[in-house]
Design a protein around this ligand. Structure first.
Ligand code: SF4
Length: 160
């Protein structure tokens, strides 16, 4: 029986949206056990190479070259990418350094360079195409459930 393969990926953020998803999985475990295969989710298992996925849920903004490489890899290997949470969708609140005044920006510039940070912290759609969004800070459990249920139907795992 086909399962929906999914990954949850976190970039620059506090992982508050992932915590919401973890709660959903705790509550829906029995119902989704035979329908969903979770291939990546840092909160429940160590980081692995990114495999082919039906749906990638991406939280967090992009602030480093490492983030950017990871994000591009997620896009290449996923049929559908859904941005979750305000950080991924519009950068806020993880992008606060973008709004520092000129003097402070000059001061932190060498550190940004040293640690391979990008000049600005950006939402994910600045770099890749995105197929859907779940807004909020954090996202609501109900919104996530609705989107995941829609994906189960779209990928033929569950009847409408
Ligand atoms: S959107 Fe809010 S809750 Fe979600 S990761 Fe960003 S700061 Fe955390």
């Amino acid at each position: 029986m086909k399962k929906l393969s999914i990954g949850i990926f976190s970039f620059t953020c506090d992982e508050g949206c992932s915590m919401q998803i973890l709660e959903v999985f705790n509550n829906k475990f029995k119902e989704w056990e035979n329908l969903i295969e979770i291939k990546h989710f840092r909160l429940i298992s160590p980081r692995k190479d990114i495999e082919k996925l039906d749906v990638a849920f991406v939280e967090g903004a992009i602030s480093t070259k490492r983030d950017l490489e990871g994000l591009k890899k997620v896009r290449e290997t996923s049929k559908k990418v859904i941005a979750i949470g305000s950080c991924a969708i519009n950068g806020f609140p993880s992008n606060q350094r973008n709004f520092f005044d000129k003097k402070v920006k000059q001061k932190i510039k060498p550190f940004l360079k040293k640690f391979n940070h990008l000049e600005n912290v950006e939402p994910i759609k600045k770099f890749i195409s995105v197929d859907g969004e779940i807004n909020g800070c954090p996202i609501s459990e109900d919104d996530f459930i609705k989107v995941l249920e829609d994906c189960l139907i779209e990928f033929g795992v569950k009847d409408a």
